[in-house]
Ligand binder design. Structure first.
Ligand SMILES: [Zn+2]
Ligand SMILES: [Zn+2]
Length: 378
């Protein structure tokens, strides 16, 4: 990876007491937990280097800027990367206390990072108000969720750029009209008359569409499903900085479980979805309806980079199932999974039935007309 990262390959320490300072999201500076000294970290916003997909990550791309060690969760298999002297007492992904030191490498180092901007206490209050809004969650689950710890973890994401050209085959649908005889009843008499109806004539077609794609984001995590991650997106990628080990101090990072080529496979599926839409729109410029039956895409100038995005994770177990709650570490947006209480849903259904019965009763007393209601305007 870049010279800059290799140069910083040193352990950073507090200039006053020598302790290990941590990244403080509330003022975006480093803070020493021992002597409270604060100091700046340069946030380099020059666009990160993007690498050619045809060159495999090399050994020098494994430099994280400081010694890293890794732990693996015995329950869910999540691999968490920690800084020097940092340890984990439970797994951020499933809450299990069974985390053991893992000897494998931390893998390819990220090129860029969005540093945590939301402090931990704000993440907790965002999580609490989200939970309050969950009317159907069982009270017991809510209590357990509040007890569950919230951990800041940088999640690996791949981004891809591509110039894509797709050749497509399909069908053009052209409208034409025909007169068809129909039988209708007029003034009690059955008569036959002609009616104009629309038909579509399909003819085969082909064509080419082209598009440039910038920063297609693919999660490198296997622990958190895409559907869940989507609840707390988007990230503003203009906030990306060049990677520095300092931004990770006090937080952990997940090792990418999806490699660069697998990520590219997922990105190609997204690209093909967009190209299919473009092909359909291309056909519609010369037809009334469109069908795309085949698509063959060629990608050139494909580049990738590995990026770390900040996320607070909390999980709780209810009736032996693990539920995840996430808070976006850049925007503070909260989202997650929660169990549904059958009792609470039943109470709502009964309440609605009673209201409906009440309205029916009032309507039947007022002779079938809707009763007069006076609206109070506050
Ligand atoms: Zn200090
Ligand atoms: Zn786990």
């Amino acid at each position: 990876m870049s010279e800059a990262i290799r140069e910083m390959s040193r352990t950073f320490s507090c200039p006053k007491c020598g302790g290990r300072p941590v990244w403080n999201p509330s003022d975006m500076r480093m803070k020493c937990p021992y002597c409270s000294a604060e100091f700046e970290v340069t946030m380099d916003r020059t666009p990160p280097t993007e690498y050619d997909i045809r060159t495999a990550p090399t050994a020098q791309a494994l430099n994280w800027g400081e010694e890293k060690h890794m732990v693996r969760c015995q329950a869910c298999g999540a691999q968490t990367i920690l800084g020097e002297g940092e340890s984990a007492t439970f797994c951020a992904f499933c809450g299990s206390p069974h985390v053991l030191e893992d000897q494998s490498s931390a893998g390819i180092a990220p090129e860029s990072v969005i540093p945590f901007q939301v402090p931990g206490d704000r993440a907790v209050s965002s999580f609490r108000s989200w939970l309050k809004g969950k009317l159907f969650a069982p009270g017991k689950a809510k209590k357990m969720a509040v007890l569950g710890q919230i951990t800041g973890v940088y999640l690996p994401h791949w981004t891809y750029d591509s110039d894509t050209v797709s050749m497509y085959t399909g069908q053009e649908g052209h409208y034409y009209y025909v007169e068809v005889p129909v039988t209708v009843t007029r003034n009690g008499k059955t008569v036959r008359e002609m009616r104009r109806e629309r038909r579509t004539r399909w003819v085969p077609t082909r064509g080419t569409v082209a598009q440039h794609f910038n920063d297609i984001l693919i999660a490198g995590s296997r622990r958190l499903p895409e559907k869940l991650l989507n609840k707390v997106r988007p990230y503003d990628l203009s906030g990306l900085c060049r990677y520095r080990a300092e931004f990770l101090s006090g937080f952990s990072a997940e090792k990418a479980g999806v490699d660069v080529n697998e990520g590219w496979d997922s990105a190609q599926q997204l690209i093909d979805g967009t190209m299919r839409d473009l092909a359909r729109r291309d056909i519609l410029r010369r037809a009334d309806e469109a069908r795309v039956t085949g698509l063959d895409s060629q990608h050139s100038n494909v580049t990738y980079k590995l990026t770390l995005l900040p996320m607070y994770l909390s999980s709780f177990t209810y009736k032996s199932k693990v539920y995840h709650v996430l808070v976006n570490g850049q925007s503070g947006k909260c989202g997650g999974e929660s169990p549904i209480s059958a009792v609470r849903v039943a109470i709502l259904v009964i309440a609605l039935a009673l209201i409906a019965a009440g309205i029916y009763y009032m309507m039947s007393r007022s002779g079938g007309t809707v009763p007069d209601v006076t609206y109070m305007i506050p």
